[in-house]
Design a protein around this ligand. Structure first.
Ligand SMILES: Nc1ncnc2c1ncn2[C@@H]1O[C@H](COP(=O)(O)OP(=O)(O)OP(=O)(O)O)[C@@H](O)[C@H]1O
Ligand SMILES: O=C(O)c1ccc[n+]([C@@H]2O[C@H](COP(=O)([O-])O)[C@@H](O)[C@H]2O)c1
Length: 195
């Protein structure tokens, strides 16, 4: 079973997440994408972060119950650092092949994540374009450090077979939607986190 992990705050979930998940399902020939709701991104302020349950419910609304699923597993594992979460998921699901999914803004700041080099060794990574973030991502510290491990996007379906670290940058239509813009537009309101 090939599973794409799309970790996120989902504050709230939106069309950009869905587009990313669908693209990854196709390009990487995945069985499932898990929308893994973060208990709290270590690099984001708590202020303005909606309650976990509301963010999970928001991600659940994108689920099709088959290929795109929302999960609270990171909350239940009591983790918030991705490298640790992924290590635990690999132990818990030894027959699954995981790939970490993220938008280009994630790669641009990846070198600030805890144990990011370890994370890159634990699972393959697929990065999808996002307006304004492609150049910072591809010229950032993490992409430079992991240059030798980058695979061309045509090898995406066999990303899982690579020995050692492997990551790729997928081509996809870009969507400038963001949770920040949705919150600022007032079209959504998740209460401040009381947990
Ligand atoms: N429009 C988009 N295009 C590509 N990737 C996206 C897009 N929106 C979100 N993502 C990716 O989805 C993952 C989760 O994103 P997140 O839940 O933080 O949404 P966001 O819109 O970036 O939120 P915020 O604006 O609050 O930072 C991240 O890897 C992010 O890069
Ligand atoms: O592990 C880290 O240090 C780390 C730092 C920043 C972000 N992350 C993860 O990146 C994912 C995307 O976060 P976000 O808030 O941009 O949606 C989410 O799963 C976070 O837990 C992880």
């Amino acid at each position: 079973m090939r599973i794409g992990l799309l970790g996120g705050s989902f504050n709230p979930a939106h069309e950009g997440h869905l587009q990313l998940a669908r693209r990854a399902l196709r390009s990487l020939r995945l069985d499932q994408v898990w929308l893994m709701v973060s208990p709290g991104n270590p690099l984001k302020p708590k202020a303005g972060m909606g309650p976990f349950r509301a963010r999970l419910a928001s991600a659940q609304r994108l689920s099709d119950g088959r290929h795109i699923l929302a999960t609270d597993i990171e909350f239940r594992l009591k983790q918030r650092y991705t490298a640790q979460t992924v290590a635990m998921l690999k132990q818990r699901f030894p027959n699954a092949s995981f790939v970490w999914l993220m938008g280009a803004d994630g790669l641009a700041q990846f070198s600030r994540w805890k144990n990011w080099r370890r994370l890159a060794r634990l699972v393959p990574i697929a990065v999808l374009p996002r307006p304004g973030s492609v150049t910072p991502a591809l010229h950032g510290a993490a992409a430079s450090a992991l240059r030798a491990q980058r695979r061309p996007s045509r090898e995406s379906p066999i990303l899982f077979r690579q020995k050692g670290s492997a990551w790729t940058f997928l081509s996809a239509p870009q969507n400038d939607i963001s949770a920040t813009a949705l919150r600022e537009s007032g079209r959504v309101c998740l209460d401040s986190d009381q947990e």
